[in-house]
Design a protein around this ligand. Structure first.
Ligand SMILES: [Zn+2]
Length: 160
C-alpha cells in the first residue's frame, strides 16, 4: 500500500462527503467495540441504497466463537430492519489504545456475508481517518466468489 491517501477505485456513485460521513459513523461505532480479549476495536458503517446508515462494532465473547465482527453487526442490524440493498461500508479498526488506526480489511466471513446481499461493485472503504482512506470493491476483495446465484437464485431477486 504505497499511496494510502487517495481513492483506489470508485464508481463515482458516492462523493468524498459520503465516504467522510460513513467513516465518521464507523469511528463513532468503534467506541462501543466490546473487545476485552483482543483489545482490537473495530467500527463499521453501512450505507443502504435508501440512504440510511447502520453502524456496527465488534463484540467478543469469552468463548471466542460466539463473537461477531463489526461489519456483520452492521449488516445484521440493517437486514433485520428490512434493508436488502447496500451501497458501501466504511471500516475502521486498530488496537483500542493505539494513537493511530491501521487499515483494517474485512475478514473472509464478513466478505461472504457482503456477497450474499451485494454486487461486485459494492464499495468497501478502509479508513484510518475521515480523510485517509482507500476504496475497494467487493469484487476486488472477494474474487471468484460463491454467491446466491450458484444455488439457483436470481441475483436480482436474491438481494431484494
Ligand atoms: Zn469479519
Amino acid at each position: 500500500m504505497e499511496d494510502q491517501t487517495t481513492e483506489k477505485t470508485g464508481t463515482g456513485k458516492h462523493s468524498d462527503g459520503a465516504a467522510g460521513m460513513l467513516i465518521k459513523a464507523a469511528l463513532e461505532a468503534r467506541k462501543n467495540a466490546y473487545c476485552p480479549y483482543s483489545g482490537f476495536a473495530v467500527g463499521a458503517a453501512l450505507l443502504c441504497a435508501d440512504g440510511s446508515v447502520w453502524s456496527g462494532c465488534n463484540i467478543e465473547n469469552v468463548a471466542f466463537t460466539p463473537g461477531n465482527c463489526a461489519e456483520r453487526t452492521a449488516f445484521f442490524k440493517a437486514v433485520c430492519e428490512g434493508k436488502r440493498e447496500f451501497s458501501a461500508i466504511a471500516i475502521v479498526g486498530g488496537k483500542a489504545d493505539a494513537e493511530k488506526l491501521e487499515f483494517c480489511p474485512p475478514c473472509g466471513v464478513c466478505r461472504q456475508v457482503m456477497r450474499e446481499f451485494c454486487r461486485n461493485n459494492f464499495r468497501i472503504i478502509l479508513a484510518v481517518s475521515e480523510k485517509e482512506y482507500q476504496v475497494f470493491t467487493l469484487g476486488e476483495l472477494l474474487p471468484l466468489s460463491f454467491g446466491p446465484e450458484q444455488l439457483g437464485g436470481d441475483p436480482d431477486t436474491c438481494v431484494k
